[in-house]
Design a protein around this ligand. Structure first.
Ligand code: BGC
Length: 949
């Protein structure tokens, strides 16, 4: 199909001469298991680095890693644990430690140097470290401790017992060299040493399937301990373990809370090393005492009540009179419950927001506006009388009369109460809850507060932002901001659908459509290392991945939040798609190997549903809703869920083949490939007419009873169907071209408006672009008419909404009673297109070692775009601007990365790279013409490409 014409190829020797004058390369940003200086359990943790250099076309020919038991030894190049010696490889990540076996608690130091493309050795990197945690149950001496305080819960609408306070004092007689706290809870904990809260983390130990796995964290507490008497304290809360979860209350489930256990438990030990080399351990056991304190109730969905008058003064410090406290109980380890180090980044307060306004409303209440919808908490600063009580309710929107809108929270009470102790400048912030909100309604204030009496605490898993995006379109910049905020609000220990209402579940469909978008915005490697495990842990016995993970199940093995929650096409495939996206972005084979048995089982499950290699109409009639969720929240026309399921089945076979091949499982790879061919054929036969038009046997669905909006009938000829068919690659070239035409036609006949839901929107813009309708993709991204993301922006959104019309200035809220979140990242999946086609940054080889920088530049209404993505191979930048005279592209390619860039002309004389003509340019590795464009291969460096128009 293409007329491929090689114009010139610059010889390598020329390149080498050119590079000779430049400085060498040096490794930077050394990480172990995707983290800086972490505690890990892996005996062979994987190391990575980025390369820094100046100039052009630099790469790594070889590397050497040294690992030593002390920094001193390493400085002297005495690698007593591992010296990789010079390894000929251009790899800068996934380098497995292959040295001596480490002991629990052993901290090791490492550095690396690289040889450049001329085989010239560079400088050593700075020294970093990792520390082995406790990879084996035998390393633990602590016992689970806790107490059932359920009988103290007031009889009220919600069952909310108080938090137990735990304490113990210990005398440490020798001079302390170092100390570590290893801590886990079933539920949530705050831990204190001598009155000081340890760590900045919230909601440890995270949400897992606690029957299978519970996490612990490690903290260096060397400075918190002292010679002599020391006090240890903890406060526990129910959290995900024993608190309310999801919509169980709303749907009237027999069980609404205590899904994993009835009350929280704590397991902690402090390993102390003295200066003389001896060691001592302080562990949780029945020598600890408990009482209650200020936290009267705490729950993610319902909120927190804190009576500051009840705080036992000095309870977590030495010398407290604990004579009225009671001995705590020990609990045995649960069989099959692995205790592992928390793989992700902890939830933290990442940012503080000051209030934009405070307004008085009826009833002496005040509404505080933070100007941004986010997830987190407030910090209160107040002077008042002992016993004054303040009640805080949280909402994302206001009614036109200025009152707080909380209808969309459904059964989530989302209310905090604080009772003052009357001390000067009292400060308080909840410990064991969070809310999704922009507005806070405060009741109980005796006088008008100052603007700074509340601060907004933005909470999220602590992930580095790795992407940036801006353009000359203000609406679009706001949209990008909305995407980032919504990701932050929902990447909170697990990827949730929304942070506010009685749901906050790890919905798999949302996660899979958004996964690549998430990768472009934040470093989600550690975060998804955890959640992919959660997904595997929650696989159903029949092999299906669930519709959300973690998935609490009852003793009968049935979903406990709502019995009918099982699996759904487009959702369950997250098990394959998220793993695949992870493997590609981070070049991670270990995740593929570990997930393979689960993925194979899932693929076998899907296959068992096929007839003639196709998921035909009715393949998923046994799930609720029938056929699954389909193209959830689409507008108007409905796409056959089974047709969609088939495109997903094909796509998953394709991804499985690639993953299996990557890990060397060639036989299995071939099987998946064969199946994918068979699905392709079957799809054409079953779901396509002889004009290349997609169809479904609509009659099969009858009146559509039991299907999502089944009364509308089902079609195969929809935007969603074509977008998915094109994106998945299920069509051959000819059919794909026809599908592209139909897609364009459907869009035009719909007034140039989208009709897609969760499954249709993500592939819509990429499919339009791939099939020659980039103009339409640009039109959709700039649209501000319903339904579009721009419509949300012009209606005041600061985050991505669940529905295309969650709120409108003229109609207000039309969906509140059912479900109407203002912080739902699913439609933010357009971010993938913004990075891949507007900035043009696309992955070619795993780990972004080879990339495309091929932005879609044209007369599309946008003339300036700039952004970046800090990949595991380094920071990639792409910017372009277009005027009537010329296009200027600014590109930055990291050391050791090759980029294939496209230039919008086939006239070589019109193009200059860094001021030199493109065809006589030392920087160019090769170039060719393709489909009216020039494709140029560039190595590392900063480039300005000017094209005369
Ligand atoms: C959630 C979604 C989810 C859906 C399943 C909703 O209640 O909020 O985001 O994917 O259910 O269709």
């Amino acid at each position: 199909m293409e007329s491929l014409k090689i114009i010139s190829c610059i010889c390598v020797s020329l390149l080498l001469n050119f590079a000779a004058s430049f400085a060498n390369i040096q490794p930077k940003y050394l990480r172990t298991e995707y983290k800086l200086n972490p505690y890990v359990e892996e005996s062979k943790p994987r190391l990575s680095w980025e390369l820094e250099g100046k100039g052009f076309n630099q790469s790594q020919l070889a590397y050497q890693v040294m690992v030593a038991s002390s920094e001193m030894l390493l400085k002297k190049n005495q690698a007593d644990l591992w010296d990789s010696k010079k390894v000929s490889s251009n790899q800068t990540n996934q380098i497995e430690y292959a040295g001596k076996l480490l002991k629990p608690g052993q901290r090791v130091y490492w550095k690396v140097r690289s040889w450049d493309e001329k085989d010239k050795v560079g400088k050593w990197s700075d020294v970093q470290y990792w520390e082995l945690a406790k990879p084996n149950p035998d390393h633990w001496k602590a016992k689970w401790i806790g107490v059932d305080l359920n009988h103290l819960a007031p009889k009220a609408e919600y069952h909310l017992p108080p938090s137990p306070y735990l304490r113990k004092e210990v005398i440490l007689n020798k001079k302390i060299k170092s100390a570590r706290l290893y801590i886990s809870s079933l539920g949530l904990h705050n831990f204190y040493i001598n009155g000081e809260k340890i760590g900045r983390d919230y909601f440890a130990s995270g949400w897992t399937d606690y029957h299978k796995r519970v996490y612990y964290n490690v903290y260096d507490v060397s400075n918190q301990l002292k010679n002599g008497e020391n006090a240890f304290g903890a406060i526990l809360s129910n959290g995900w373990y024993a608190g309310y979860l999801g919509y169980a209350l709303l749907v009237g489930s027999p069980q609404v809370n205590q899904f994993y256990g009835k009350f929280p438990l704590l397991k902690a030990e402090i390993d102390v090393t003295y200066e003389d080399g001896s060691q001592e351990q302080i562990v949780t056991d029945s020598s600890w005492k408990y009482s209650t304190g200020a936290i009267m109730e705490s729950d993610f969905l319902e909120g927190e009540k804190h009576d500051a008058r009840k705080e036992p003064q000095g309870w977590n410090r030495v010398g407290f009179d604990e004579s009225s406290w009671t001995t705590i109980q020990e609990f045995p380890d649960q069989e099959g419950q692995a205790l592992e180090i928390y793989p992700s980044n902890p939830v933290r307060v990442l940012q503080e927001l000051s209030a934009k306004s405070i307004k008085k409303i009826d009833g002496g209440k005040y509404i505080v506006d933070f100007g941004q919808n986010f997830a987190g908490n407030i910090r209160l600063k107040i002077n008042g009388a002992k016993g004054d009580s303040l009640v805080f309710r949280y909402g994302e929107m206001l009614f036109p009369d200025g009152k707080l809108m909380t209808d969309n929270l459904r059964k989530a009470r989302a209310t905090d109460t604080y009772i003052l102790n009357g001390s000067k400048n009292e400060e308080w912030s909840p410990s064991f809850t969070f809310h999704g909100f922009q507005f806070v309604e405060v009741t109980g204030l005796k006088e008008e507060p100052s603007l700074d009496f509340l601060t907004g605490l933005v909470m999220s898993s602590d992930l580095d932002q790795v992407g940036s995006f801006e353009s000359d379109n203000k609406m679009l910049n706001q949209l990008y901001s909305n995407i980032l905020w919504t990701q932050k609000a929902n990447y909170l220990d697990i990827p949730t659908d929304c942070p506010q209402r009685d749901e906050r579940l790890g919905w798999t469909g949302d996660a899979q459509v958004y996964m690549r978008s998430a990768i472009f915005n934040a470093d989600v490697a550690a975060f998804h290392k955890k959640w992919i495990k959660d997904l595997n842990d929650s696989q159903w016995p029949n092999g299906a991945y669930p519709i959300y993970a973690p998935m609490p199940v009852n003793a009968e093995g049935v979903a406990a939040i709502r019995a009918s929650d099982s699996f759904s096409p487009g959702w369950s495939e997250a098990g394959i798609i998220c793993t695949y996206e992870y493997f590609k972005a981070y070049n991670d084979l270990r995740i593929v190997r570990e997930s393979l048995p689960f993925m194979n089982k899932f693929m076998a499950f899907l296959k068992s549903r096929t007839k003639g290699h196709v998921l035909q109409e009715g393949s998923f009639e046994d799930v609720n809703p029938k056929g699954g969720f389909g193209d959830w929240l689409s507008v108007g026309e409905k796409t056959s869920p089974d047709l969609l399921a088939t495109t997903y089945y094909f796509y998953c076979n394709k991804l499985m083949a690639e993953m299996c091949r990557a890990i060397g499982d060639l036989q299995v790879a071939n099987d998946y490939e064969k199946e994918s061919f068979a699905v392709k054929m079957g799809f054409k036969q079953h779901y396509m007419d002889d004009q290349g038009k997609l169809k479904t046997n609509a009659a099969f669905y009858g009146k559509g009873e039991g299907y999502v909006e089944g009364q509308n009938g089902f079609s195969g000829h929809t935007q969603t169907a074509y977008a998915n068919a094109i994106y998945s690659g299920i069509l051959d070239d000819e059919d794909e071209a026809i599908a592209g035409k139909y897609l364009r036609e459907l869009l035009e006949s719909n007034g140039n408006k989208l009709s897609t839901g969760f499954l249709g929107f993500k592939p819509l813009l990429p499919a339009l672009t791939a099939s020659g309708s980039a103009d339409k993709a640009y039109m959709l991204i700039q649209s501000t008419e319903y339904p579009s993301l721009g419509y949300e922006v012009v209606n005041g959104a600061t985050s991505i909404w669940e529905r295309w019309d969650s709120y409108t200035k003229d109609k207000g809220f039309v969906h509140n009673a059912a479900m109407n979140s203002f912080s739902h990242y699913a439609f933010g999946s357009v971010n993938e297109w913004m990075f891949e086609y507007m900035l043009g940054i696309r992955l070619k080889e795993n780990g972004f070692q080879e990339i495309y920088i091929q932005p879609e530049i044209g007369d599309f209404g946008i003339n300036n775009v700039a952004g970046s993505y800090r990949s595991i191979a380094g920071n990639i930048k792409s910017a372009w601007s277009k005027s009537e005279k010329e296009v200027i592209q600014e590109i930055q390619i990291p050391v050791n990365v090759i980029a294939y860039c496209s230039i919008n002309t086939d006239d070589l004389t019109a193009v200059k790279i860094n001021g030199e003509p493109i065809d006589r340019n030392n920087l160019v590795r090769s170039l060719k013409k393709l489909d009216g464009k020039i494709l140029v291969e560039l190595g590392s460096g900063k480039y300005t490409i000017r094209t005369d128009l």
